[in-house]
Structure formats: structure tokens, C-alpha cells
Design a protein around this ligand. Sequence first.
Ligand SMILES: Cc1cc2nc3c(=O)[nH]c(=O)nc-3n(C[C@H](O)[C@H](O)[C@H](O)COP(=O)(O)OP(=O)(O)OC[C@H]3O[C@@H](n4cnc5c(N)ncnc54)[C@H](O)[C@@H]3O)c2cc1C
Length: 610
Amino acid sequence: MGIKTVYEDCDILVVGGGMGGTGAAYEARYWGRDLKIVIAEKANIDRSGAVAQGLYAINCYMGTQWGENNPEDHVRYARNDLMGLVREDLAFDMARHVDSAVHKFEEWGLPFMKSAETGRYLREGKWQIMIHGESFKPIVANAARNSADKIYNRIMVTHLLMDESKDNRVSGAVGFNVRTGDFHVFRAKAVIIGAGGASHIFKPRSVGEGMGRTWYAPWSSGSAYALSLQAGAKMTQMENRIVLARFKDGYGPVGAYFLHLKTYTQNAYGNEYETTWYEDTKAMVGEYIDHQPTPTCLRNHAFVKEVAAGRGPIHMVTKEAFQDPHLEEVGWENFLGMTVSQAVVWASQDIDPKYINPELTTSEPYVMGSHATCSGAWCSGPEDLSPDEYYWGYNRMMTVDGLFGAGDAIGGTAHAFSSGSFTEGRLAAKAAVKYIKDLRNEKFSVSDKQINDFKQTVYQPLENYQVGRNEIVSGTVSPSYLLPTQGLQRLEKCMDEYVGGISVNYMTNDKLLERGIELLDIMEEDFEHLGAEDLHQLQRAWELKHRLLTSQSVAQHTLFREETRWPGYYYRGDHMKLDDENWHVLTLSRRDPETGEWAMEKAPVYHIVD
Ligand SMILES: Cc1cc2nc3c(=O)[nH]c(=O)nc-3n(C[C@H](O)[C@H](O)[C@H](O)COP(=O)(O)OP(=O)(O)OC[C@H]3O[C@@H](n4cnc5c(N)ncnc54)[C@H](O)[C@@H]3O)c2cc1C
């Protein structure tokens, strides 16, 4: 093959330079002054990941210096929102360190809004503080740039390399440059994955001309999960997908509206509807409905039921708040710093929220470990906090030696958000440095065969296209290959219909899941025949393959958990109740990299905070 191979040997490889990845690079340099630290990022770290467009609020800040919250409070909050199930050791660990990360952001030039009375960060809610955050990402990228030895932008990492001298040990990664087409081989002693969450695995509400508009970043392609799964890492809570109530068509965020503008929702007939569904919800989940604040999924549940009862759409009542010129400005600015498209959609649909209450809708499901849900890799917690089952030597190390993760990549730590993901990157990097120092002079072995086999696999879609293209004279449908867009639509349709997406009102059951899993397995065979016309499509092909593996994991976990733990996120029609007796547990899976077989198990939930 006439493709150039570029080798890079380093100590720590950070895959993905988003919030977790930049935090990892920064901290790795602090502890590992003499180590070689490299970032491989598929876009450009200045504007990559979920924070690319900026944020209006940092959603996780304790404010311990002012006695506002303590880490324990945040664990209780996250546990409550997730209906009892989080990794409390990881959550506590993140919460006790997150404030220092936020202080760093300010030191590096991120403008914070401050309260005129107290001089403290301006609170939007109990956990959120408000920022002028358009440049949030370039600011943390700069810190990473000052720390890393080398940053490779435009490298789509496709696979991890495994050490051939020791079982179950990672030794780097491979990928390709999406602009030059070069094949990149990174040999590393430790790898930290910060490759973000997964959008576009379920059919989105925005299709056709709106395709690509999603709530979670459209470029979050599940790589964090797929890379870990391919290496044989255990995953946790992959069934815990998230559905969000957001402004219709633009997926604009509602947090600032609820918390700062004090807007509220009502049904199409101007009535409050959440109390209508109180008894119904109580019958499903018991006393969880009485928890304060009401878990997000249960609020979604009332929304979904109200619409299904024929009283939709649900509106956000903005007309009152927008009479105040200051709040009106905040309402618009909230989008301009974060989701410009929502302002554009409203303009295009003649919606001025001062005079019209805009519609909300519930989104398609997404999978992530840093926002309000906690899917991701099963990892070790910190030495001083974690019970035996949660601890195997190095904080945030997965069940594969030398493989660490942060942010969306790591399971069990909901409500970390931007600041918490950056913090997790720091924690993972500190542990990775210790891991490398403990290795001393141990040698790694990665054969040319392993590298060349990956090279062959990575570029196969280009080959498929070139050969198959000869069989057709025009159009896009070939008997020999499938284009990435076609494959993506097939995947989204399957996940939507069988695994609980929007068209079935988030409903699934054992039979649907079993069939869905069969169809996903067939897709895995078919995706061997993906055809990529150019490097851009080659990236799409690999993103699709990563999304498929993520989807398989979601389907397996959803089948395993025989209860409806999070109504409003999804429903198991054959087990319509929350079942604390049997399922107050974390779900774990491992996909055997050799056979593709999935092994499922339960892990205990330890409540380390009262
Ligand atoms: C719409 C939206 C609104 C949000 N609002 C807020 C908010 O108001 N406040 C808040 O605090 N948080 C908010 N968040 C959450 C926050 O953005 C995430 O929690 C955080 O970015 C997760 O960090 P991460 O490092 O896991 O992923 P990301 O920051 O998404 O970074 C992942 C990185 O990996 C790269 N990558 C992916 N795949 C590959 C691959 N195969 N090879 C190489 N590189 C790869 C990506 O390009 C990206 O740079 C919001 C997120 C979204 C999407």
C-alpha cells in the first residue's frame, strides 16, 4: 500500500483533546516533567469536542471556599438524579477537585460573571456558574498546548495497540490523518481516552435537510467506547442513555431559562401537567418521585406522557420573563454563546419568545458519561475512597492495564460536565504518570504485523469503493459497497425502532432487543463492505463503525437490566417498574475482542456518602 506511515513514540498518549483530554495533558506535565506527552485529536483542539462552540455556564462548581456546597452534597445530587445509581467514589473524587480546575480556567483568562453584591461567581443554579464562555475551548486548549510535547490535530484514532509481551496491556494507538491520509502509529506506555460521547446512534428528530443538527455534538462518534471495547475493557451503565427536553428543532438548552430566567413549562392548553402524572409515576418508581429535586428522567416521563395523551405540544413560558429587557438579553445571549442555531431557527420560524412561547420537545437518546448520565468504561477509583471491587491500583484506569479515561469515556460519574471532565482528565493523568513510573524499565512489544494488519483494515473502505465503483455507471447504490451515510441511517433506524428511540416513544422489550441485537450483528458484517470515496468519507466510515460498536453495547446492557429504572429515558415494556430489590446494581459488560461475545454481570452500588 502506498500510504506513508508516521511513527511517534511517547510515554503518554491522549486520545481526543476535548475537556478531558486537555485536562489530562495539563496535569501529565505537572507530575511527569520529563515524560513525553502527545495528543492525537481528530479535529483541532482549539475548537473540538462538545465545548467547541463555547458554553454559557460551568455546570459543576462546588464553591467550597464560600461554604456553598461540599463534595458530599454533589454525590447526593448526582445519585438522586440517576435514581440511586452512580459510582460514588468517582463522583466524590471529581467533586473534591473540581473547584481548583475552575479556578485555573479563570487564571487562564476565561471571563466569569460575578455577583455585584458578593463578588462571588454568579450562580445560575445550585451547581452552575455563569461565564462568558465563547472562548472556553481555545483557553483550555492553550493550557494543553503549553503542556504537551506534540499535538497531532486531524488524526482520527481507529484502534488501540496492544502489548504483545504482556496480556491485557495497552501500548498505543493507530489512526489516520483526515487531510493527508497518512497512517499514524503512536507507541505509548499509557493511553488516556478522552474521545467524548455518542450522538447519532439513535435516529434524530432532525432528518433530511436538518440532518446533523443534534443536541449532543454531532461529531461525538462513540470512539471513546469503541476504542475501549475493541481492547476488551469492561463497560458500565451503557443502558443509561439520556433524553433531553430542549427547544424544538434547534435543541437549544433550557437550563438558563429555568434557572436564571425562571421560565416554566405548560401544555398546549396552558396547564401545568407534571402533577397530572404524579400517581402514574409513583406506581412505577415508588418514593423516587418524591425526591427533591425531581430526577430529570421523571420530569421527562411526565412530558412524554402528556404529549402521548394528546395535550402537546409542551411550551416554555417565556413571554413573562422576556418583558424584562435584561432577561430578554440573557435569553438570547445564552444561545449566541453556545447554540447559535437555536436563535437562527427561531428567526426562521418567526418565533420571538417575547410574544410567543416556544415549543419544547424531547430529544433522541444519546450516550455519555459526563453530562447527566453515566455510561462508559468501568474504571478503578482512588485509593483512599474506593471499596475493593472498585479499586485496582490506579485512579481512572480501565480494566485494561495502562488504559485510562476521562469525561464521557468513564462510566459512573454523572454530572461532571465541562469542569468535571477536565478534572477527571487531571486525575487520570496523575495516575497514568504514577503507572509509568512504576513500570520502571519494562519493555513493550508491538509487532510490525499488528501495525500492518491495522493499516490494511483502516484503509479497506477506500479499497472497497475503488473496486466496487467500477460496477456502477451512475448514482450511489452499489451491489458491492455501502456508503457511510447509508450505513448510518440503517443503524439509527434499528436503534430507534428496537432499542427505544423517538418513534416508539422510548419503549422497548426483550423481544425487540433480541431482534435489534441480531440486526446490529448483521450490520457488523455488512459494514465490512463500507465504501469511502475520499478521506472525509473514510473518517465517516470509522465514525460509523465506532457508533455501531457503541450501539451494540447499549443494546446488550438494555437487555440485561430487566427493569425500567429511568422512565423518560427509556421503558422496558416487559418490566415497567423500577425494581430496587434485584436491580439496585451497576451493570457491567465485556466484549471478548477475539470472539465478539458479550459477558454481562452485576456490580454492587456502594453508598459511601450517607
Ligand atoms: C449541547 C451541549 C451543551 C452543554 N452544556 C454544558 C454547560 O452548559 N455547562 C457545562 O459545564 N457542560 C456542558 N456540556 C457538557 C460538556 O461539554 C461535556 O461534559 C464535556 O465536553 C465532555 O468532555 P470530554 O472530554 O469527555 O468530551 P469532549 O469535550 O467532547 O471531547 C472529545 C474529543 O475527542 C475528539 N475525538 C473524538 N473521537 C476521536 C477519535 N476517534 N480520534 C481522535 N479524537 C477523537 C473530539 O474531536 C473531541 O475533541 C454540554 C455539552 C453539550 C453537547
